[in-house]
Design a protein around this ligand. Structure first.
Ligand SMILES: [Zn+2]
Ligand SMILES: [Zn+2]
Length: 197
């Protein structure tokens, strides 16, 4: 059983984006399995929106473990790779996965975003939002996603890196993230600061 309540608690609310992430995780868990101590799974997510919280909560691929990698492509697409045998799938939301365009929804959204909406309009938008999320939770998976077998390789495991001291701000910085400028070792913000140039 998918812990949908748990994913909702983790994210803070139910919304269509979270619902898409929950359903994508459902496919991943079935085809690839969950991340665990003896079965390492890596997720590459092409969005940083709501759905990624469901991916993290349900599959065990998280930023902190280094097995969740964000590719900033702005797509509802999620690749899962199992290290043990290299099996990899890419799950892509279909164009209508979030539901057919609804003029009422779009009008309300524009009103709310402009800050002009009444409490009633805001409540109505919430209702539509929740209905859409429920539709996504109940839809057949093949209606929501295309699933492709891919040959994407898992990136190298995160290694413990040595830290160096930035010579401008004095903060410890992972060696691979330091920059050299005029013979000095700097962290990225100091390297980019105009007074160093
Ligand atoms: Zn959300
Ligand atoms: Zn610095």
């Amino acid at each position: 059983m998918l812990d949908i309540q748990g994913a909702q608690r983790f994210h803070g609310h139910m919304c269509p984006g979270l619902a898409i992430g929950i359903r994508a995780a459902e496919i991943a868990l079935c085809e690839i399995g969950a991340h665990s101590a003896d079965e390492e799974i890596v997720a590459l997510v092409e969005t940083d929106m709501c759905g990624v919280d469901a991916i993290q909560y349900l599959t065990g691929c998280t930023f902190g473990k280094g097995n969740l990698i964000h590719l900033d492509y702005g797509k509802s697409a999620f690749t899962f790779i199992r290290r043990s045998d290299g099996k990899a799938i890419r799950i892509v939301a279909r164009p209508n996965a979030f539901g057919e365009p609804n003029p009422e929804h779009q009008t309300l959204l524009a009103r709310v975003q402009s800050g002009q909406a009444t409490a009633e309009e805001r409540a109505r938008l919430q209702t539509l939002h929740q209905q859409r999320a429920q539709q996504i939770l109940n839809a057949p998976l093949e209606q929501l996603f295309d699933v492709q077998r891919v040959t994407t390789r898992a990136p190298a495991r995160a290694r413990l890196m040595q830290s160096l001291t930035c010579e401008a701000c004095g903060e410890q910085t992972m060696e691979t993230r330091t920059r050299r400028l005029a013979g000095r070792t700097l962290c990225i913000p100091c390297f980019q600061a105009p007074e160093q140039r």
